[in-house]
Write a protein of this length. Structure first.
Length: 135
């Protein structure tokens, strides 16, 4: 589970800083999303040409292109390790995209779930939106 996973000290420090800065849980989600999308990005072609980046520890990947599964893992760990969210507050969703499959998160904020899709940030898709079918 994400709550028991060991994470790099740099990421733990980043989570602590965002936790202090965030005024609310939605604000923390926005700040964590910004951290992930500033550090990593999605790319249709690199999803195939850099397939090897899908393997290994997502929390130790250098900045640059990163698959949707790895970006979601980093964001999910940040949310759970912040102490503001439980594993059960975060749903993993898988949809068809560009004749392949794509993954995004749904995060419970209060009584509602919002879509969070950091990989699709390069397409202009922000929190509350997701890629589906043809992105």
């Amino acid at each position: 589970s994400e709550s028991e996973e060991q994470i790099p000290s740099e990421l733990q420090q980043q989570i602590a800083e965002l936790n202090q800065t965030a005024k609310s849980n939605p604000d923390f989600v926005r700040l964590a999303y910004s951290y992930v999308t500033d550090r990593y990005w999605g790319d249709r072609l690199k999803t195939v040409t850099e397939f090897w980046r899908a393997f290994g520890n997502a929390l130790e990947q250098p900045p640059g292109f990163l698959h949707c599964t790895a970006q979601n893992h980093v964001l999910r760990v940040m949310l759970v390790k912040s102490g503001r969210f439980l594993d059960s507050d975060i749903e993993l969703k898988i949809v068809p995209l560009n004749f392949s499959i794509h993954q995004y998160l749904r995060v419970r904020i209060g009584t509602e779930f919002i879509d969070i899709d950091p990989w699709s940030h390069f397409l202009g898709i922000g929190p509350g939106q997701k890629s589906a079918w043809i992105g």
